[in-house]
Write a protein that binds this ligand. Structure first.
Ligand SMILES: Cc1ncc(COP(=O)(O)O)c(C=O)c1O
Length: 473
């Protein structure tokens, strides 16, 4: 059954009630007051809503938005994982939450210590010489690093190095970051097994090469086994190696990018260290880098620094969460995170490859990419994703990575239990079975949400958010 559409709060007005102002002595206890006295147009006829209406309205709205607290959230790549409540409790403590960067330094000693410890731990885990906590998101970390790479080449008098090599499996933010800094992005093709081969970059190893950006494990969840030899070759040609470390949750405690040829890498604190995902910010995307790039770092104190990329210290609220998470788990626990993330993804792979096509069969780590090839009755990835909503799950990532046609990418993360993985796989199997038994029903899914399918291109490019009373339910 379809959940009813929730009308806007203005529709819940009780026009017969008085307009109550915040300081009115006769304010009713069960009313909230919206004082828009300064607005000539008032509130479109809605000046007052009873408290109970407001509470119910927002409670209903909160259930329309899918969240990880209600079940597995299988988005691959950008991933939402459980944020332990301990992190949240510590972050909310006024001793940490009320801090202001302009407090006298003696009141910030504790906070500085926490940031130093976090940076030190990230460096130890990743094998880089130094870490800057400043960038406010993964993509912002990329941008910061690309600026540093540009400054590095300029400082060496090599302004003609303007080419960034980017594999076809890359996240869209990679070419965007390089292009924003004025580099020319050249796509390099990974092999049929999903792995980037040294062979395919050889023709670009020349005096124009600025850097290569490699996600490892890549967006198929596959370990780039030629990473070290590619890095060697790029260095020999005078270029640098950027590792997109968004998938560090499949590397932590197992391999150190800073020791296998990467010069610089961003971390997605949300993906690996359980902080909320900022979606471009305010999240946190610290960067780790080696000595060769240190003078160019945002707050290096060197005249060659690219300068600050964020005010004050960065996203303190994220640091404290990540710091608590690292302290809670310790070195052994962090390695177990990686192992469990890989185990969970491979459990899903083993169950679902019996019913879905697995285009690339190479062993995968923390995420697995299926596609819609071989689904009967012209059922496509979008239909599977939409129908999954009716079964109570957020859809997986769809149509990414873009070099896999009809991709359906699943990442369960380490925090899911076997029961929850089974519940998800059962739902997926049931949905796939419908492709044969009831395809028309599938193509009209979801059937339980207030709105079924919208024209997604129009919704993104031509959004109309004007409230029209005719839409009242
Ligand atoms: C592989 C990869 N690179 C870069 C990013 C960008 O990170 P953010 O969304 O924090 O900007 C993501 C998203 O998490 C990602 O999955």
């Amino acid at each position: 059954m379809r959940t009813p559409l929730e009308s806007v709060i203005f529709h819940r007005a009780a026009p017969d009630k008085e307009w109550l102002r915040a300081c009115s002595p006769d304010a009713h206890i069960d009313s909230i007051v919206l004082d828009f006295a300064g607005r000539e147009d008032g509130l479109g006829g809605m000046e007052q809503v009873g408290e109970v209406e407001v509470v119910r309205h927002y409670t209903r709205l909160s259930t329309l938005n899918w969240d990880i607290d209600r079940g597995l959230y299988p988005l691959g790549s950008c991933t939402m994982k459980h944020n332990p409540r301990l992190n949240e409790a510590v972050a909310a403590d006024p001793a940490y939450a009320a801090v202001h960067p302009e407090w006298p330094p003696q009141y910030l000693v504790q906070h500085q210590r926490i940031m130093q410890e976090l940076a030190r731990d990230l460096a130890a885990l990743s094998g880089f010489d130094e870490v800057s906590l400043l960038p406010a998101a993964g993509a912002h970390g990329e941008l910061t690093a690309v600026f540093m790479i540009r400054a590095y080449h300029l400082a060496r008098g090599q302004k003609d190095r303007n080419v960034f090599l980017i594999p076809d499996s890359a996240h869209g933010t990679n070419p965007a970051s390089a292009a924003m800094c004025g580099f020319r992005c050249v796509q390099v093709t990974s092999g049929k097994d999903g792995i980037l081969r040294l062979e395919s970059i050889k023709e670009h190893l020349n005096e124009r090469l600025a850097a290569i950006m490699i996600t490892n494990p890549n967006t198929l969840g596959v370990f780039e086994e030629e990473f070290a030899s590619i890095a060697d070759a790029v260095h020999t040609a005078g270029g640098l190696v950027y590792m997109d470390g968004a998938n560090f949750n499949a590397a932590m405690g197992v391999f150190q990018p800073g020791r296998i040829g990467a010069d610089v890498m961003h971390f997605n604190l949300h993906k690996t260290f359980t902080t909320p995902h900022g979606g471009g910010g305010p999240g946190s995307g610290p960067i780790g880098f080696n000595r060769n790039l240190a003078p160019f770092a945002p707050a290096s104190g060197d005249a060659r620094s690219i300068g600050p990329v964020k005010t004050w210290f960065g996203q303190w609220g994220m640091f404290i969460r990540a710091w608590v998470y690292i302290r809670t788990l310790g070195a052994r626990g962090l390695k177990e995170v990686t192992e469990d993330a890989v185990l969970n993804a491979n459990y899903i792979r083993a169950r679902l490859e019996k019913v879905l096509n697995l285009p690339i069969k190479t062993p995968t780590l923390h995420e697995v990419v299926f596609n819609d090839k071989d689904l009967p009755n012209k059922v496509i990835t979008l239909d599977i994703a939409k129908r999954l909503i009716d079964y109570g799950f957020h859809p997986p990532t769809v149509y990414f990575p873009i070099h896999v046609h009809g991709a359906l990418m699943i990442e369960p993360t380490e925090t899911e239990s076997l029961d929850e993985l089974d519940r998800f796989c059962d739902a997926m199997e049931a949905v796939v079975a419908e492709a044969a038994s009831n395809p028309e029903h599938l193509k009209l899914a979801p059937h339980t949400t207030p709105v079924s399918r919208v024209d997604e291109v129009k919704a993104a490019k031509d959004t109309d958010l004007v409230f029209r009373p005719a839409a009242r339910n």
